[in-house]
Design a protein around this ligand. Structure first.
Ligand SMILES: [Zn+2]
Length: 181
C-alpha cells in the first residue's frame, strides 16, 4: 500500500484548480478516453462512462477530500453521490479454480445499472475517508499554484510529483540541509 496512488485521487487531480483559468484535463470525450486508456489497467473492465457521470463523481470526491483538509464536513450531496456510484455496481466474492484448489476473486455487478469503474473509485474514496490513519496522510501540494492532492508516504512530504513542484521540493530540501549544517 504505502504511497500507492488511488485512481480516485488521479481522477480528482485531472482538474487543475489553481490554474487561471482552471484547466480540466478530461473536458472532452476524447480527453476522457485518453485518460481512461491510461487508467483502465487499475480499474474493473467495462465501458467508459460518459463525461457527465465521471465529472459528477470527481466533484463529489473533490468535495469530501477538500472538506476533510479544511476540517469541515462534506456536503450531503457529495456523500450521496459517492455512495450511489459505489452502490451502482456492487461486488461479490466468488471462488475460481486455481491449480489444485480454489482462489477468491471479486466480481463486479454492472447489471445493477451502474459502472464498475466508477463504483471502484467511489469505493476507494469510502475506504480512504473511513480509515483515519490513511486519511491523515492526505495532503494538498504545498505549492500555492498547484491543486494536486496526494497521500504522503513520508510524514514530511509536502509536494506533489509534478515537475515544477518536484523542483521546488528539491530546492526546499537543499535549503533545509544548508540551514541545518
Ligand atoms: Zn504540486
Amino acid at each position: 500500500m504505502g504511497g500507492e496512488r488511488l485512481v480516485a485521487l488521479d481522477l480528482v487531480d485531472t482538474q487543475l484548480l489553481a490554474a487561471t483559468p482552471p484547466v480540466d484535463l478530461i473536458e472532452t470525450p476524447e480527453q476522457l478516453a485518453q485518460w481512461w486508456s491510461l487508467q483502465e489497467v487499475r480499474l474493473p473492465a467495462g465501458p467508459v462512462p460518459d463525461c457527465a457521470a465521471v465529472r459528477r463523481l470527481r466533484a463529489a470526491v473533490r468535495d469530501v477530500l477538500d472538506s476533510h483538509l479544511a476540517g469541515e464536513l462534506p456536503s450531503a450531496t457529495s456523500v450521496d453521490d459517492i455512495n450511489a456510484a459505489a452502490a451502482g455496481a456492487p461486488q461479490s466474492l466468488r471462488m475460481v479454480a486455481h491449480g489444485n484448489g480454489l482462489q477468491a476473486a471479486t466480481r463486479w455487478h454492472p447489471e445493477y445499472g451502474g459502472n464498475a469503474a466508477l463504483a471502484s473509485m467511489a469505493r476507494e474514496t469510502i475506504e480512504l475517508m473511513t480509515d483515519a490513519e490513511r486519511l491523515a496522510t492526505l495532503r494538498r501540494c504545498a505549492n500555492p499554484n498547484c491543486s494536486m492532492l496526494f497521500l504522503a508516504e513520508h510524514r514530511r512530504r509536502q509536494w506533489c510529483i509534478g515537475s515544477r513542484c518536484g523542483n521546488r521540493a528539491r530546492v526546499a530540501r537543499h535549503y533545509e540541509k544548508t540551514r541545518q549544517s
